[in-house]
Design a protein around this ligand. Structure first.
Ligand code: HAM
Length: 446
């Protein structure tokens, strides 16, 4: 058998590929990225890219040494002669905050809104919607502690799902409080679970020492049963006055804007950098345990990475999960479509000329050509398979008169176009609505 792709990864394929699903369709990924770009750039977010591999210390200090991500799910990469290795980024936020600090982005107008998309890597147990290489759309705002920024961030997330056409999305909103609130909660959890250590999983015994809150997002069924049985009080009960005031202000904005949200007192999120506002978006198509996206405030992260105090907040969607949710709602995305013009030569001697015509046509429209001489019937069939709207055939007559015979495949109308008028003809054709019958892509190996 030929070499296969690693477990937990997916190929993103062109339309027409056999066995294509929405979450493996390259055009669908592009559609999500383009939709997010439209929504986020209208809100003033600027695009940036950071490396796919980073210093392990960044992830340890950023995401947190007690998280599953750092303890169990990091991919390390080495090059020859290197002993420290690098980490394939499990998420985008720590790298973006590093880039902000390292490149002096503090000098840009504040609050600074940034966004990116790209692959992330976590060595998780693979299942539907849970991959080892997955893709996120990520939005971050740096430089403000204002609850208005939190509410705007959540609202933008809702705008992205709405722009994708999704309707069955629920916002679950909570707060993780300030560090002192979290210390108080951890002390409570330590005492509570400390009385039942023998029933905790080995991982959670360790969590009890390092960061008891992490027990709450344990994947062990035994831990979850104990949590339910003990009736653990939620983090929200432990909020101090400031964090509570902030949380209420966020809710007030969301309510004023009509952004539906449910308070979820038990939200803890799986990363350690969060403070105050934290939330997740859920969709039935993805399953109760997996979020469509999530985010929160991380005012201490820049300092944890060795920089000055820079408050921040942000979120990320999993693109695969958005596509799974869209599929569950029966939503589709437009394909790339076919070329406006397909040029075919009827004789070997004219193949070069057909290529020249197509390449000139590309100054105004998408154009393709046949790489060998074909009969008219084959030219029309090939053009249809590619979804072309116009076909130009080049034979001896067209060569002698320096014209193109162009057939419009949707109307059947034939035109003789002087070579010099091609651009005008194509611009006119492009402005006409395409065929009333949408083109159905022909499977390449059907
Ligand atoms: P996260 O909740 O770890 O947050 O991930 C965000 C989203 O990425 C998840 O809701 C999910 O849709 C997707 N995702 C995570 N792991 C996987 C996986 N193994 N397979 C498929 N999809 C996955 C973060 O990553 C934070 N950096 C979000 C953030 C930005 N917070 C502040 N700024």
């Amino acid at each position: 058998m030929a070499i296969q792709r690693p477990k937990g990864t997916q190929d993103h394929l062109p339309d027409g590929s056999p066995k294509l699903s929405l979450d493996t369709r390259a055009a669908a990924f592009q559609h999500v990225q383009d939709t997010a770009r439209r929504v986020l750039e209208r809100a003033g977010a600027q695009f940036l890219n950071t490396p796919v591999f980073e210093d392990p210390e960044l992830v340890k200090r950023g995401v947190g040494g007690s998280t599953d991500i750092v303890r169990k799910e990091m991919f390390t990469v080495y090059y020859f002669g290197d002993h420290g290795g690098f980490i394939l980024r499990p998420e985008g936020t720590a790298g973006i905050v590093r880039a902000y600090l390292q490149n002096g982005l503090k000098q840009l107008p504040s609050p600074l809104k940034l966004w990116t998309h790209g692959p992330m890597f976590r060595a998780e147990n693979v299942q539907k919607g849970r991959l080892r290489q997955f893709h996120q759309v990520d939005y971050e705002v740096l430089g403000s502690t204002d609850p208005l920024v939190d509410a705007e961030a959540i609202s933008l997330m809702v705008d992205v799902v709405a722009a994708l056409g999704l309707s069955g999305v629920r916002v679950k909103l909570g707060s993780i409080g300030d560090p002192a609130d979290r210390d108080a909660y951890n002390a409570y959890l330590r005492e509570l679970f400390g009385a039942h250590v023998e029933r905790l999983s080995d991982d959670s015994k360790e969590r009890l020492e390092r960061n008891p809150m992490r027990i709450l997002d344990s994947k062990s069924a035994g831990d979850q049963a104990l949590i339910a049985e003990l009736g653990v009080r939620p983090m929200l009960d432990f909020l101090g006055d400031e964090a509570r005031g902030h949380f209420e202000a966020v809710q007030a904005y969301l309510t004023a804007w009509g952004v539906a949200h449910d308070i979820d007192p038990s939200i803890v999120r799986g990363l350690d950098y969060y403070r105050r506002t934290a939330w997740e978006l859920h969709h039935e198509g993805v399953g109760a345990k997996s979020a469509l996206g999530g985010g929160g405030r991380y005012d201490g992260l820049a300092e944890q990475l060795g920089g000055p105090l820079v408050p921040g907040i942000g979120w990320a969607f999993g693109i695969e999960r958005l596509l799974i949710a869209m599929d569950a709602e029966g939503l589709d995305v437009p394909g790339q479509g076919g070329p406006l013009l397909y040029v075919a030569a009827l004789d070997d001697d004219y193949v070069g000329h057909a290529a020249t015509v197509a390449m000139k046509a590309r100054q105004v429209a998408r154009a393709e050509f046949a790489y060998r001489a074909v009969k008219p019937g084959t030219a029309f069939r090939d053009a249809e398979r590619r979804g072309a709207r116009l076909v130009a055939l080049i034979g001896s007559d067209e060569m002698a008169r320096d014209v193109l015979s162009i057939k419009n495949l949707s109307t059947g109308v034939q035109s003789v176009v002087p070579a010099g008028d091609l651009h005008t003809f194509l611009a006119e054709a492009a402005s006409q609505p395409p065929s009333p019958e949408p083109h159905t892509p022909v499977q390449e190996n059907a």
